[in-house]
Design a protein around this ligand. Structure first.
Ligand code: HEC
Ligand code: HEC
Ligand code: HEC
Length: 118
């Protein structure tokens, strides 16, 4: 192979390699949402929620997001249209995990009303 062919080949290869990186970086640029947010707790009062802390602990987004979307207000929206019952996420997701972790002696979150609702 002469020098020109090699140079062309290298240029083509790096172009292909560069292109194949684009979809990968697209996946990496995941929107994690707000690090801290306040959830609507109805008559019991709002719930300050450390979203980022939970992302670190829980890892799998679907543990919570199987029930509602990744947009602000989707939890309330799902309750409004009847896709989720009131207190369903609270009981089946939040408190269920906190209780399970407590049971096995791991670091856990609140299980009493005032621990979450302020
Ligand atoms: C322990 C539960 C939980 C886990 C785990 C979780 N989220 Fe969320 N996330 C929430 C709640 C609650 C909301 C607020 C929804 C609402 O406002 O109705 C939310 C909202 C969001 C939003 C909307 C923007 C915002 O700031 O409200 C995005 C984006 C999001 N989450 C991304 C993620 C990603 C990505 C992961 C995984 C790395 C993840 N979440 C893991 C509970 C969780
Ligand atoms: C681990 C946190 C946590 C604890 C502990 C907790 N809650 Fe909640 N609560 C939530 C979250 C999150 C919501 C909003 C999502 C939902 O309705 O499932 C909520 C919603 C509610 C609502 C409003 C439901 C609606 O849509 O009208 C009431 C009422 C409520 N909780 C009462 C209680 C009572 C009573 C206790 C104590 C026995 C309690 N909560 C303990 C997190 C918690
Ligand atoms: C799969 C497990 C899991 C789920 C689901 C989960 N939590 Fe937690 N939560 C934890 C653990 C573990 C901690 C203790 C973290 C620490 O102290 O480092 C915690 C801590 C907390 C704290 C105390 C944080 C602080 O330091 O102020 C609150 C409040 C809380 N969780 C609310 C919620 C709410 C509301 C939901 C549902 C939307 C939820 N959690 C869902 C595991 C979970």
């Amino acid at each position: 192979m002469n020098k020109k062919v090699i140079t062309t080949c290298l240029a083509a290869c790096s172009l292909i390699a560069g292109l194949s990186l684009i979809p990968v970086s697209g996946i990496m640029a995941q929107d994690n949402g707000r690090p801290e947010l306040t959830l609507n707790g109805g008559s019991k009062g709002p719930i300050p929620f450390k979203h980022q802390l939970h992302q670190t602990i829980v890892k799998d987004c679907a543990v919570c997001h199987k029930d509602f979307g990744k947009k602000p207000g989707t939890l309330d929206e799902a309750k409004k249209i009847g896709a989720l019952r009131p207190q369903q996420v609270m009981t089946k997701t939040c408190i269920a995990c906190h209780k399970a972790k407590k049971r096995i002696g791991e670091k856990s979150g609140p299980t009493s009303c005032s621990g979450c609702h302020s």
